[in-house]
Design a protein around this ligand. Structure first.
Ligand code: NAP
Length: 223
């Protein structure tokens, strides 16, 4: 993958589709993954992926508790999300407040935050969307702005429309890409490469399926 030392990763939303893929990659590469999940029935899947389940509900915790539970972590990946079936309230409590709690924990731990957002979050006005999507946009954009202003080390990853296609191992990364598809496999591989490069920080990166081999695309972000 690259030449960095093993890290300890707090995977927030550890049973998510991208999170489980990233956990498999990170654990296979020798990193330790502490996977924050709210449903004890998800523990077996997390363990199968190589993660260590940490049972906490983002809507019933705070940054202090999260920091205590993830005490060894040097990188926190915010991969949680309220999901498409949820209304505005959960966009606020999970996508926004959950991200803020993650930042509070990161500040206490001295950890870097790698946060999943989405392409267009900063450019599509909420008034052009339905109620739920507008709430999602507001929550995700507020979380991104808070992270950028946090004083922490951070990387924001903004994928296009997620698919379950098999990963091609090739992406396009850039600052302001148009919308398009990207597989969860490819996003997970990009996250794993970013996690393993602690010097990457202060970057907001759009990602689509594309032509550049992922390791090279991520390595180029630092140059
Ligand atoms: N859909 C798209 O096209 C798209 C595009 C770009 C970016 N994104 C972003 O990418 C993120 C990750 O995508 P994905 O497909 O991996 O999402 P996902 O499978 O829905 O994963 C989200 C995870 O968050 C967890 N979660 C929700 N509420 C929680 C809580 N209160 N406490 C702890 N964990 C909680 C869920 O756990 P439970 O099973 O317990 O609910 C789930 O495991 C999305 O959330 C979204 O913000 C999506």
């Amino acid at each position: 993958m690259n030449d960095s030392s093993p890290t300890v990763v707090g995977m927030i939303g550890g049973h998510g589709q991208i999170a489980l893929r990233a956990t498999r990659l990170l654990s296979a590469a020798g990193h330790r993954v502490l996977s924050v999940i709210r449903n004890p029935e998800h523990a077996a899947d997390v363990e199968l992926a190589g993660g260590e389940p940490v049972l906490l509900d983002l809507e019933r915790t705070n940054g202090d508790e999260l920091a205590r539970a993830l005490g060894a972590a040097d990188t926190l990946v915010f991969a949680a999300g309220a999901g498409p079936g949820s209304g505005p309230e959960r966009k606020e409590t999970v996508d926004h407040q959950g991200a803020l709690a993650t930042m509070t924990a990161a500040a206490q731990l001295g950890a870097r935050v790698v946060q999943i957002s989405y392409i267009g979050v900063a450019t599509t006005p909420p008034e052009t969307m339905g109620v739920d999507f507008a709430a999602y946009q507001r929550a995700k954009y507020a979380a991104d702005l808070a992270l950028e202003a946090s004083g922490l080390d951070w990387v924001i990853v903004r994928p296009g429309t997620l698919t379950n296609d098999a990963g091609t191992g090739r992406v396009t990364v850039g600052a302001r890409l148009d919308r398009g598809p990207v597989s969860r496999d490819n996003v997970a591989r990009v996250l794993a490469e970013i996690v393993a490069r602690p010097k990457l920080r202060g970057l907001t990166v759009d990602i689509l399926d594309g032509d550049t081999e992922i390791e090279r695309a991520v390595a180029n972000l630092g140059s």
